[in-house]
Design a protein around this ligand. Structure first.
Ligand code: ACO
Length: 330
């Protein structure tokens, strides 16, 4: 077997959004907020909420089915599933294994990636490494989140921001001249406390006291995260472009993490790129953590925002802190 590295392409994408829509008007009836505050500070107008009996693995499995159909690849051909999530069905087993069972894939390798909002970008690069090295032929990267299960619906600082959903991509070697060109991934655990779920883990195991004090909910220092987001996203874009030997003007479409419209506008300003080249769907779904970039990639591809041969760029940041960018020739 030749020992040379192989190119890796995204050969199909899919996404799934739960049916229930929660609008800003609905939130006004739940917490002390206004549509004007949410829209002007974030750009979000509505988000999707999974049903009580709908788990993260259900959202993820449906996104994977759609991605495999789009790629025209049967589940029997998949030989690795990577699931990016911070809302696994359970602490363990990994959600990737539950998805493997639900889609009827063979007894293949499965594991989760816990890189928060950057999880899909991390997953694309990890999957690429497995195919590039000839360890695997078909890798599914799925990002699935049921953030509604860790949001404190009484906390107006956070509950207006998040939603549920899933997106997936199928990676394979393709002899055509397109593929994932380069990535940049980073992290900084010194700021881990800025965005976390403090309770229920090994540091603060679940107890009546942790539940009563709301330690199982997502806690976020929004302003601090905002500052880090701007810096790290710009850094990830610059580094990924350098590694790919590309300039920002070569990029047809930028698919950013969908946390906040003001962050995307700030990034556009820093990169000196017109907003028309950014794909934005956060007004419909809010922040779905790892699933945001995955759903945005699928929707932008299906809407024909770029064509075969165009260069696109994904970029995200999130809890950890983590950040990353992929440069892809479509
Ligand atoms: N409705 C009305 N008022 C509100 C609401 C609300 N929903 N939420 C907060 N406020 C109030 C605050 O209480 C505060 O009032 P005060 O001045 O009387 O104390 C005021 O609005 C301003 O609050 P700030 O937090 O300063 O608002 P800011 O302009 O920073 O916007 C936001 C907050 C939207 C969270 C912003 O900081 C942000 O987007 N940060 C980035 C968050 C992010 O992107 N996270 C991504 C990672 S997610 C992941 O990894 C899972």
């Amino acid at each position: 077997m030749p020992n040379t590295l192989r190119s890796v392409s995204i050969v199909g994408t899919g996404s799934y959004l739960p049916k229930k829509v929660l609008t800003n008007a609905d939130l006004v009836r739940m917490v002390d907020t206004t549509d004007e505050w949410i829209t002007s500070r974030t750009g979000i107008r509505e988000r999707r909420i999974a049903a009580t009996d709908e788990c993260t693995s259900d959202l993820g499995a449906e996104a994977v089915r759609r991605a495999l159909e789009n790629a025209d690849v049967p589940s029997s051909k998949v030989d690795l599933i990577l699931c990016a999530t911070i809302t696994p069905d359970m602490h363990f087993p990994c959600t990737a294994a539950l998805i493997q069972h639900k889609i009827g894939a063979p007894h293949i390798a499965c594991f989760d990636i816990e890189a928060a909002c950057s999880g899909f970008i991390y997953g694309i690069e990890i999957g690429r490494q497995f195919i590039m090295s000839r360890t695997c032929n078909t890798v599914v990267v799925v990002a699935a989140e049921k953030l509604s299960s860790i949001v404190d619906w009484k906390d107006r600082n956070t509950c207006v921001l998040f939603g549920d959903g899933a997106g997936a991509a199928v990676l394979q070697h393709s002899s055509a001249s397109h593929g994932i060109m380069a990535s940049s991934l980073g992290g900084d655990g010194a700021h881990g406390e800025l965005l976390c779920v403090p309770g229920g883990g090994a540091r603060l195991p679940a107890s009546v006291a942790t539940v009563n004090s709301g330690q199982h909910y997502l806690k976020m220092m929004g302003k601090e995260i905002y500052k880090h987001a701007m810096k790290s996203m710009q850094q990830a874009v610059t580094e990924a472009l350098q590694r790919a030997g590309m300039k920002i003007d070569d990029i047809t479409c930028i698919i950013p993490h969908q946390a906040n419209m003001r962050i995307i506008e700030g990034l556009a300003e820093r990169l000196e790129v017109p907003m028309e080249r950014f794909y934005v769907n956060l007004h419909r779904y809010g922040n779905m953590s790892a699933a945001s970039a995955a759903v945005a990639l699928d929707e932008s591809a299906r809407e024909g925002r770029f064509k075969r041969g165009d260069i696109i760029l994904t970029v995200a940041f999130g809890a950890g802190l983590t950040w990353g960018a992929n440069v892809v020739k479509w």
